[in-house]
Design a binder for this molecule. Structure first.
Ligand SMILES: Nc1ncnc2c1ncn2[C@@H]1O[C@H](COP(=O)(O)OP(=O)(O)OP(=O)(O)O)[C@@H](O)[C@H]1O
Ligand SMILES: [Mg+2]
Length: 227
């Protein structure tokens, strides 16, 4: 079974969507639409009657609802029954770590969501000081999501020194699929491009495709080529 991302053009590139139960990483630099991607994925679930969890380290509950509404997605209407919004405070690492290790896996088990979005794992790993703790906690979070049966989207920032991998170069090894968002300059204009680097159990497209962020979310121009 395939889970549609709800992003036009991308679902075709994925032969229908993300294999159910898989988790994928959306990796890109600032402003490439990672948060929009995650929200659009959740919105697609909500309008299909699915239960969804959106875990954010960037925006609190009101701000998430406000941002989603700018794309015409009424998250507020689905709150509590179908949608769970969780905010972790990057500036309060102690408390956030406590919640990640305790209450959150429990909430993920109990809510029985079919979709989970985590925005962003780069801010999660920043809560931990050493590599081992970053790795262990990312694996633990991913494990509790897998066990819940949900299909997950993790956003991650690129490493500024090597913008083809995530900042910690960890999430790529945790997930079943990786989509890389790259801005390129062409004729004095920044063009956003997307490519699927890995997607287990899928005969996915390997082409680089342009995409746009529009007032109704991301649209991949699957018919266009980059020259
Ligand atoms: N309503 C809209 N219509 C068109 N484009 C928009 C709209 N809202 C936002 N954008 C574009 O999307 C960009 C922000 O997208 P988003 O927040 O999803 O990116 P991000 O990758 O999560 O960024 P960050 O790394 O800062 O969290 C804006 O910089 C703007 O270019
Ligand atoms: Mg963001």
């Amino acid at each position: 079974m395939k889970i549609k991302t709800g992003i036009d053009g991308l679902d075709e590139m994925l032969e229908g969507g993300i294999p159910a139960g898989h988790s994928i990483a959306i990796i890109g630099s600032f402003g490439t639409g990672k948060t929009t991607f995650a929200m659009q994925y959740i919105w697609e679930g909500l309008i299909n009657g699915e239960k969804c969890i959106f875990l954010s380290l960037e925006e609190d509950e009101d701000s998430i609802i406000e941002t989603a509404s700018t794309f015409g997605w009424d998250f507020g209407k689905y709150l509590d029954e179908q949608l769970l919004l969780i905010k972790l405070e990057p500036e309060d690492a102690g408390n956030s770590v406590k919640r990640l290790e305790g209450e959150i896996p429990q909430v993920i088990r109990d809510f029985e969501a079919s979709r989970i979005a985590i925005d962003s794992v780069s801010l999660i790993t920043m809560l931990f000081e050493n590599e081992e703790d970053k790795r262990m906690n990312l694996f633990a979070l991913s494990k509790s999501i897998k066990e819940s049966g949900a299909t997950a989207v993790f956003t991650a920032e690129v490493d500024p020194k090597n913008p083809t991998v995530s900042r910690d170069a960890l999430i790529e090894y945790v997930v079943d699929g990786v989509i890389l968002l790259t801005p390129i300059e062409q004729q004095n204009r920044i063009m956003l491009t997307l490519k699927i680097l890995k997607m287990r159990r899928t005969k996915h497209s390997r082409e680089v495709k342009p995409y746009e962020i529009t007032s109704s979310g991301l649209v991949v121009l699957a018919q266009s080529d980059i020259f």
